[in-house]
Design a protein. Structure first.
Length: 189
């Protein structure tokens, strides 16, 4: 039987509330403006709240020393960064890689929500709607109104915009976001 030895290791330092708060602000790039690129910042933060199209621009402007709004727009146009429903079932801006990783993790919650709010989709063939939506936005993003028109051709008209159903959504600094599809960037969700 081994002899008991007194503990010689010192207890690890415990963070004060202030130190923990400062560490959190630093991790969220809110303590000082960072020199990283917009794409690196979006990846570092694992997404930005994006219920509307403009907040990601404001959030990056507040965090990055040399932020150029055109950089984020170019990243969205090239689908390196996308707007997609993920965390807390709300729209977030993510890198395409993060979106492909996160979406399967939240899909069960999205499926439950679709069942709960299905009354707006009475008579709509959801598999057909998904296929038509994906085909519509495969090559380039499209505005919600054109998605609704295309998806309702030959069937019941959905009362909700299909732009929420494709796996990815791109937007611009504009009033009306455009829906896109993750597989158009050469990857499948």
């Amino acid at each position: 039987m081994a002899a008991k030895t007194p503990r010689t290791a010192a207890h690890p330092a415990v963070l004060t509330t202030r130190a923990l708060n400062r560490a959190t602000l630093d991790r969220q790039l809110l303590l000082r403006r960072s020199a990283m690129s917009a794409k690196d910042a979006v990846a570092h933060l694992v997404g930005l709240q994006a219920q509307n199209t403009r907040p990601p621009y404001f959030q990056l402007y507040s965090r990055l020393a040399e932020f150029d709004p055109g950089e984020l727009s170019r990243l969205m146009e090239s689908r390196e960064v996308v707007r997609i429903v993920t965390l807390r079932s709300t729209l977030h801006t993510h890198t395409a890689d993060d979106a492909l990783t996160l979406r399967p993790l939240v899909q069960a919650a999205r499926d439950r929500e679709l069942k709960a709010f299905r009354h707006g989709l009475a008579g709509v063939d959801l598999d057909r709607l998904a296929a038509v939506s994906r085909e519509l936005v495969e090559e380039r993003p499209a505005r919600s109104k054109s998605c609704v028109r295309s998806c309702s051709a030959g069937g019941p008209r959905p009362t909700r915009s299909p732009s929420r159903w494709p796996p990815g959504a791109c937007c611009h600094w504009s009033r009306s976001p455009r829906a896109g599809c993750g597989s158009a960037a050469g990857r499948s969700p």
